[in-house]
Design a protein around this ligand. Sequence first.
Ligand code: BT5
Length: 232
Amino acid sequence: MFDIHYFKKLLSTNDKAKSYSEGSVIIAEEQSKGRGRFRRKWSSAKGGLYVSIVLYPAEQPGYLTFIAAISIQRAIKKLVGLNTKLKWPNDVLYDDKKLCGILSEGVFSGKNSKMIVGIGLNSNNKIPKSLLKKAISLKSITKKEINNEKIAKPLLKEFEKLYSDYKNKKYSKILKQWKKLSDTIGRKVKAVAQQGTYIGRAIDVDKDCSLILRLDNGSKKKVIEGDIFALD
Ligand code: BT5
C-alpha cells in the first residue's frame, strides 16, 4: 500500500509530505525543523526515525494518532522485545519517558485535502541534555544500534492493518487495543488544555479519543486536547 521515499535530511517530514499523494511515506534520518504539537520543537538529531504517512482525509482523525502509537509499540516489541506504554494523546513511553511523539495534521486545499501522520521515534539519535529528564532513546535503553529500516517495516505493516479497521469505521476495536497499552487510564493527572487546567483521575478515553477525568468533586470532565502530567 505504501510508497516509501527516503531522505538523508529534511526540514520536517510532515512538511515534505504535503506535496506527496496519498499512500506515500516520507522517511528522514534527520530533521532541522522537526515540529511537535502547538508549534513546539521536536528534537530530531541524526539517527532517529522520522516518518510521515500521507492519507486520505477522514472522520475521527484522533484515531490516526492512536493507530500510529499502537503500531510503534508493536514494532518496538517485535524488534527489540521492549514493552512500551501509550500516553494520551500522542506519546509512546518507556520508564515514564517519551520515546516517541506523534503529530497528525490535516492539510486542506480544496479537493486535495489529506491527513499527514508524523511519527518521531528516538532510536539512535542523541537526546539533548535539556530533555534527558523526560525523553529517552531506544539505543540508550538497549545499548545497541537500532536498524531504523527494520523498525519502519513492522511499523508500516501494523499501521496498514489498523488503518484498514479505521477505514471500516471499526473505531471501538482500535480503542480497545489502545486502552490495553495505555499508561494513562487509572492515573491521577493534571490536564492542561486550552479549555482550562484540571486535576483528576483518568478514568476513560471515549469514542472521540477524548480523555475522561473524574474530578475531585466527583464530576466528569471531557478533555479534548492538551497535555497531561501524571501525579501518581
Ligand atoms: C509531539 O508533540 O510529540 C509530536 C512529535 C512529532 C514528531 C514527528 S517527527 C516526523 C514528523 N515531522 C515533524 O516535523 N514532526 C513529526 P508534543 O506532544 O507537542 O511534544 C513536544 C514536546 O516533546 C517538546 O516541547 C519537548 O518537551 C519534547 N520533545 C522534543 N523533542 C523530543 C524528542 N526527540 N523526544 C522526546 N521528547 C521530545
